[in-house]
Design a protein around this ligand. Structure first.
Ligand code: ADP
Length: 723
């Protein structure tokens, strides 16, 4: 039993153990399952992690690759920048905002060869110290410390100015520094050694050229002086010879000598002017002048040449254009003489018409257009633009018919441009030319418009006998503006018919009628209408005497006509109480008469001149005047004769032996009685500066050789003491 019990217990125990084992197994199994699930899960996670890791590894490799590429690009850019900077021949450096060197090319560093500390990181101040204290830079006497400070102060400025620096090894540089927006400094050291040397050579060459031009001017002035002195003898004597009793042939010879001499003087003047303009030394001397008078004078001067070729000279001066302006009258006259002279020279028949018109006027100035129209040979279109250039003539030298230098128009153009104006030309070959110039002229201080005198109220109707259409229409216009009616006729028969049909107060007859004789017409008019006054318009000065047989002619008016003179002449003709006068220029010389009263003192004139021919020319020119004339052959004698004679006027040559004219003038002026005596320089120097020198040396005026009789008489007249 016991055994059985024991066996049963054992069996129960076994069963229990088996059950426990099974339960344990069950738990173990469940645990194993959960473990395996865990493992599977973790494995999946690991797998995920691995693939993420692999992915990351890929990204990392790409980034590293990109980084490497970026490094390469940066290296390349750096190399390029350095290479580029190295190609600059000028020194180039960059400093950071703390003024430490960041980068510099070899050209910059080579300045500091032997100074190993000049490398990346060095301060700008240290570089300056090396320059100053090591004697690299020529400090031009400045203390090194001061120089360094001034250079540092330069960098502190908002705008760093360029600075020129000279190294002691002969190299010169220009520093051009900039501060860039990030605070860095960029410094460019430009080597200017060659350009400075070149500049110095240029200045040298310019000085030499100026000296050469100066020498040329002096040479030309001297040559002109030398040529003028004998020309005084030639022109002066020919002038006097032409006034003596000569037969026709002799007169032609004398006039040819005079004209050729005068032409030579013109050429000398042209060359002198040209050389002055070439040297940029042509100055203007503005003063008040009468423009209408100047144009008329130039036309009058050219009248003999025009008369020789039967050219009608006509002046049409705008009635409303003021006459008085302020400019250089000498130069205005020169331009007009050239343009009108050319018109006369290049015209055989027809007319030369000078028109002056006011275009635009302000309070102080007036734009004036002056045109010179001729019916001459004209200029072909292809030559038009060249004629204003130097030495340009339409005809070539081999077949020239006309005299001239080819300088006149070039000089005129430069003068006009110097005055701020312009010059132009229209021309047609075989038909004629029209030169024009426009000038902005300042009005003279007392430029109040001076109208010609009003015509007499008794004048209602005028008969104009002229076959020149332009002259006629200009006169008609003037009469119309004065409210006087004009009847016109071109020949004797219609003139007489009109005279019979109308009440005519005055007849104006042109002497140069082509079909009829003007003097005969005057006679016929006198017969048909006795007492009807007539005025003859004459082209020749010598013909101003009223032509024989010209009965009713009361006045002779010289052509080219000046409306002012016409008006004066009409007034004189129609105002009975005024005796008829001839509108001839009179010399207002208050000189003693030819047979002076016994107590009347003659004008004492002293002329200091070393050249015997010039003394002779002078004495002949004044021989018509009763002068007490004395000569001195040098300045010293002039001073002696002054104290002895106390002359009323002294004419003083400038270049004389022993004592020249300027010194003699100083001596005379130093004398108590010599302060007010008029002293007129007579000089062969044509330069304006010379004239000024003479005036400042105490002289009252100048006359240029060759002497012109009219100028000499005018000077005597103006400087004579009041009687
Ligand atoms: P020149 O001393 O030869 O007259 P200019 O410079 O005054 O020199 O004139 C240059 C040239 O222009 C003349 O030689 C001539 O050929 C031409 N010329 C000037 N004015 C006229 C004109 N009114 N009619 C025709 N040709 C002219």
């Amino acid at each position: 039993m016991c055994e059985r019990r024991a066996r049963l217990r054992a069996e129960r125990l076994l069963e229990h153990a088996r059950m426990e084992l099974t339960a344990a197994n069950q738990r173990l199994k469940a645990h194993a399952f959960s473990l395996s699930d865990q493992i599977i899960e973790q494995r999946a996670e690991l797998q995920d992690m691995r693939s993420i890791a692999q992915e990351l590894e890929g990204v990392n490799t790409q980034t590293a690759q990109e980084l490497r590429q970026a490094h390469c690009v940066a290296d390349l850019a750096d190399i390029r920048l350095r290479e580029a900077i190295e190609t600059i021949t000028d020194g180039f450096a960059v400093f950071d905002s703390a003024q430490k060197l960041v980068l510099a090319n070899q050209a910059y560093l080579s300045i500091f060869d032997g100074f190993s500390e000049v490398t990346k990181g060095i301060g700008y101040n240290r570089i300056l110290e090396i320059c100053a204290y090591e004697g690299l830079v020529d400090l031009h006497g400045t203390e090194p410390g001061d120089w360094v400070q001034s250079m540092l102060a330069r960098w502190a400025l908002a705008q760093i100015k360029p600075h020129e620096m000279h190294f002691t090894n002969g190299v010169s540089v220009r520093l051009m520094d900039r501060r860039v927006p990030n605070g860095d400094y960029v410094s460019l050291v430009r080597n200017i050694t060659r350009s400075l040397r070149y500049q110095a050579q240029l200045i040298d060459a310019q000085t030499q050229a100026e000296a050469a031009v100066q020498a040329k001017s002096v040479f030309l002035a001297n040559m002109s002086h030398e040529i003028r002195t004998p020309m005084n003898g030639v022109v002066g004597m020919a002038d006097l010879l032409a006034e003596t009793n000569l037969n026709n042939e002799q007169r032609i010879y004398a006039e040819t000598i005079r004209n050729s001499g005068q032409a030579l003087v013109t050429i000398i003047n042209d060359i002198l002017d040209f050389s002055k303009m070439d040297a940029g030394k042509m100055d203007l001397y503005p003063e008040d002048f009468d423009l209408e008078k100047i144009i008329h004078e130039v036309l009058t001067l050219l009248a003999p040449a025009a008369r020789g070729k039967s050219i009608e000279l006509i002046l049409d001066y705008d009635i409303f254009l003021p006459r008085h302006f302020k400019a250089d009258p000498g130069r205005v006259r020169q331009v007009l003489t050239n343009l009108i002279g050319n018109a006369v020279k290049f015209t055989e028949t027809g007319y030369v018409l000078v028109r002056a018109v006011g275009v635009h006027k302000s309070e102080q100035a007036q734009l004036v257009h002056i045109t010179i129209e001729d019916t001459g040979i004209g200029i072909a279109a292809e030559h038009l633009e060249h004629v204003f250039s130097e030495f340009q003539q339409v005809e070539d030298a081999t077949n020239r018919r006309f005299e001239g230098t080819g300088l006149g128009l070039a000089i005129s153009k430069r003068i006009i441009e110097l005055m701020g104006g312009s010059i132009w030309l229209e021309s047609e070959l075989g038909v004629g030319s029209c030169f024009g110039c426009s000038l902005h002229l300042d009005l003279a201080a007392d430029a109040g418009h001076s109208f010609p005198p009003p015509l007499p109220s008794a004048l209602h109707q005028v008969l104009l006998v002229s076959d020149h259409l332009i002259s006629r229409s200009i006169l008609e216009r003037h009469f119309q503006s004065a409210r006087v009616k004009t009847l016109t006729a071109t020949q004797a028969a219609p003139a007489l018919r009109l005279l019979g049909q109308h009440k005519i107060d005055l007849v104006l007859i042109d002497q140069d009628l082509t079909s009829d004789d003007a003097a005969q017409i005057a006679g016929m008019i006198e017969q048909q209408a006795p007492g009807c006054p007539a005025i003859m318009m004459c082209s020749a000065m010598a013909d101003h005497a009223i032509p024989a047989g010209a009965g009713g002619v009361r006045h002779a008016l010289p052509k080219p006509l000046l409306w002012r003179d016409v008006a004066v002449s009409i007034c004189a003709t129609l105002t009975p109480e005024q005796p008829a006068t001839h509108a001839q220029p009179t010399l207002a010389v208050p000189l003693a008469p030819r047979n002076p009263a016994p107590d009347q003192k003659l004008l004492t004139v002293l002329y200091a001149e070393d050249n015997a021919t010039n003394r002779l020319v002078f004495s002949k020119m004044v021989q018509g005047l009763d002068l007490d004339l004395h000569f001195a052959v040098n300045g010293r004698e002039a001073v002696e004769k002054f104290t002895e004679l106390r002359p009323d006027i002294i004419f003083m040559d400038i270049s004389m032996p022993e004592m020249d004219g300027r010194e003699a003038t100083r001596h005379i002026r130093a004398h108590a009685n010599g302060r007010s005596v008029p002293i007129i320089a007579v000089t062969a120097h044509a330069l304006k500066e010379e004239t000024e020198k003479m005036l400042s040396a105490g002289m009252n005026g100048t006359l240029t050789k060759p002497l012109r009789k009219a100028d000499l008489l005018d000077a005597i007249s103006r400087h004579s003491p009041a009687p």
